[in-house]
Design a protein around this ligand. Structure first.
Ligand SMILES: Cc1cc2nc3c(=O)[nH]c(=O)nc-3n(C[C@H](O)[C@H](O)[C@H](O)COP(=O)(O)O)c2cc1C
Length: 189
């Protein structure tokens, strides 16, 4: 019987929302990033840049998340919510990997580069999953605004594509149901 390990990993991977308080082995993040650099990439522009937040810096990023929540609540005139929970969401991660796009002048190039960055994020997630490491893709507060840019020390022509919170899963959410294939597919023969 043929074995299809990639297809299996694709099916089994889940977004992980809670992590065990365990650090990642030396070199693991580098292995993930190295794999991510092998994605399809038109013109071989290699637009991805990675900023790895780990060690004590994860706590500083968690503090920043709390500040951002406070600011947003004040601006919108809404209750600030459970700040300890906002902090814990970030602080529980063993590392946070930012995928940053080097932004090209040309619009078409920017679109294609963004696509490559997104594929890199997915590969990173899949290879992590193969090593029993879970990831949560984030495009929320942690990826927006000047304070985050400054924390990451980004250059003027670098944009945050997203960040991935990484760690050993405490819990793996159940799978969710997809539309039947016939509802999303047309054949032309
Ligand atoms: C472009 C993109 C942005 C996402 N942004 C967030 C986010 O900001 N916060 C979050 O919790 N999950 C985010 N996710 C994760 C999705 O919510 C998650 O993939 C979805 O619920 C399906 O679950 P699964 O990954 O276990 O299949 C994002 C996923 C993608 C592809």
């Amino acid at each position: 019987m043929a074995s299809h390990p990639v297809a299996e990993t694709v099916r089994q991977r889940r977004t992980v929302y809670s992590f065990r308080p365990e650090s990642l082995p030396e070199g693991l993040i580098e292995d993930l990033l190295e794999a991510a650099c092998h994605v399809p990439n038109h013109k071989h522009s290699q637009p991805w840049r990675f900023v790895v937040v780990r060690g004590k810096a994860v706590g500083r990023l968690a503090d920043l998340r709390v500040e951002l929540q406070r600011e947003r609540a004040a601006k919108d005139g809404r209750p600030v919510g459970d700040l300890a929970a906002f902090r814990a969401e970030v602080a529980q991660a063993a590392a946070v990997v930012y995928v940053v796009q080097a932004v090209a002048e040309d619009e078409k190039r920017r679109q294609e580069d963004y696509a490559s960055c997104m594929i890199a994020v997915y590969v990173l997630q899949l290879v992590a999953w193969e090593r029993q490491v879970g990831a949560r893709w984030n495009t929320g507060q942690l990826t927006r605004g000047e304070a985050v840019r400054s924390f990451l020390d980004l250059g003027a022509r670098e944009e945050i594509a997203c960040c991935l919170l990484l760690g050993y899963p405490e819990q793996v959410p159940p799978d969710w149901s997809r539309k039947p294939l016939q509802d999303v597919t047309r054949y032309i023969e």
